[in-house]
Design a protein around this ligand. Structure first.
Ligand code: ADP
Length: 169
């Protein structure tokens, strides 16, 4: 059966800087999914004011986990990290907004949940670096690269968010 695709037309006047808008790849890791934290995590980014432009559940192939964490190949924990990421489904999230990469990292908290501030996702929901619940891109360049890795082009939805005038001057 073919998949029906419904797409709202983009309103150009409200998407002036669409191409220049920053994006971050955020992912609920397998522990976050298994622990029932998906809604909680998406809610934190939504209510902050960032716009969801991609969202799906996904069972990660090993090759993709290896590519995503390619920069960490030489780290002693690399093998365990790849096993962790493929150990169950993840939820892939593409977020858009000014400064979204750095802001999402702040909302997520530092890598080791024991050191992460209360109020951050890792600070509130984790105790070990190898089970830190969520991923967030570390630079705008990596945001675009990672969204390209995890999403097909037609899975990214450009849409007009009606609350925008209440978030941005
Ligand atoms: P971050 O995800 O905060 O950007 P890194 O890019 O340094 O952190 O590491 C990627 C992921 O690798 C971490 O989120 C964590 O899941 C895992 N990791 C990092 N350091 C360790 C470690 N010392 N032991 C086990 N896993 C680790």
């Amino acid at each position: 059966a073919s998949r029906a695709v419904f797409r709202r037309p983009v309103v150009p006047s409200l998407r002036v800087n669409a191409a220049a808008t920053e994006r971050s790849y955020v992912m609920v890791k397998p522990d976050g999914v298994q622990r029932g934290l998906v809604g909680e995590i998406i809610t934190r980014f939504e209510r902050k004011g960032f716009q969801l432009v991609g969202l799906k559940m996904f069972q990660t192939p090993k090759s993709l986990a290896e590519e995503h964490y390619g920069e960490l190949k030489e780290k002693p924990f690399y093998g365990k990290l790849v096993d962790y990421i493929v150990s169950g489904p993840v939820v892939c999230i593409a977020l858009e907004g000014p400064g979204v990469v750095a802001s999402a990292r702040k909302l997520i908290g530092v890598t080791n949940p024991l050191n992460a501030e209360p109020g951050t996702i890792r600070g509130d929901f984790g105790i070990e670096v190898g089970r830190n619940v969520v991923h967030g891109s570390d630079s705008p360049e990596n945001g675009l690269r990672e969204i390209g890795l995890w999403f097909d082009q037609d899975e990214i939805v450009e849409w007009e968010q009606h609350m925008t005038p209440w978030l941005k001057e």
